[in-house]
Ligand binder design. Sequence first.
Ligand code: ATP
Length: 443
Amino acid sequence: MTRIEKQKERISNGVEKIVSLAKRRGFVFPSSEIYGGFGSCYDFGPLGVEMKNNIKKAWWDEMTKKHDDIVGLDASILMSPKVWKASGHLTAGFADELVECRKCHHRFRKDFIKEKCPDCGGNLTKPKKFNLMMKTFIGPVEDEASVTYLRAETCQGIYTNFKNVIQTMRMKIPFGIAQIGKAFRNEINPKDFIYRTREFEQMEMQWFCEPKKADKFFDYWLKQRLNWYLSLGIRKQNLRAKEVPKNELPHYAKRANDIEYKFPFGWQEIEGIHNRGDWDLSNHSKYSGQDLKYEGSFPHIIETSVGVDRSLFAFLCDSYTEVKGGRTKTTKSAKEIEILLKLDKSLAPIKIAVLPLVKNKLELVKKAKQVYKLLKPNFVCQYDETGSIGRRYRRQDEIGTLFCVTIDFDSLKKDDVTIRDRDTMKQKRVKIKDLPRLEIFDF
Ligand code: ATP
């Protein structure tokens, strides 16, 4: 079985339609596909990267513009290995329990399975600890002295820069530091498409506060984060917060809540809210010998940590809509099932499609290209002249394009276009000269 076949097999749990749409329409491709794929790694295609950038912008704006006292950071992926010693990631703290099937030798995370091998029913070995840090070597000599790790979470760069940020920005607690960046974990069982991969991107915010206010801020940030998903269109019934039981807390946390989304394969975490207490600052003080106290004591830290890839997956699942019998009964292209991606306007990868009514009329094509040029500096646009107009509308609905701007024969006489709204399919005519005005697109 090739890697891609294995990848497909692991994905057959109700999300096939999303995976197929993502591949077919240029959101997500398997990595190294021409070489048969590379386990659990994915590439974001032209639409995927637009959507990913939109999610990151929505999060960054939410954190740094809508909230006071949060500043940004972009720390390096490679850090001194001492960081990971101090953070507890090199010890049993950051290890999953691994079991192996005695018969087919497939390996699993112990907490994901029951007594027998889910692939062949064979008996399992005793669990052993498996550290998730990805090792690498710095410099030309592969000896122990040059070993370091790809970061397993982005936040450690925030803690090591705690004093730098305070000093340069004159921050006073409570304040936060936000960061977006790649993280790597040698997951035992990467699965469910982009849900669990070995390379992923995190958006993390660390809130430094007085210890006695940590509980209050925990509740505050949990609520803020839940509201963020709702404000971006996630349906309430598909979102919940779950208290993590004490015996399942990560090694650094005093309290944790998982924000969960109801994926087609069940409720799963998309974001973690953690009260990390003084775990990080006190350990880094101890290991580095530097005083990381703030006015004589360690602030406590409330962390909000979300995966870009996981949240993108949740946004895709939540917006994916099938309309049986199609929405338009008049065109021939009305299929049995019409697909619509009802993405929030800030997340949709393409905002406007520009469509000449037919492609074999030169004047129409010329005018449509002028309109495309006019809109392109302000909106992410797509020009499409292939196929019937009905089919082109369907194609745009399927990728969540907010508006279709159509140039027809009347446009040549009146210098206007039709704007069609994705969700209501309502149409209105507006003058071409008015198109760069944003409010024109308010239906
Ligand atoms: P899990 O229990 O699913 O392994 P975790 O509790 O270890 O996740 P955290 O360390 O809290 O995850 O990471 C915060 C967020 O980072 C997660 O909510 C998720 O969105 C994202 N994330 C973590 N691991 C992965 C991964 N392997 N692939 C994609 N995203 C991930």
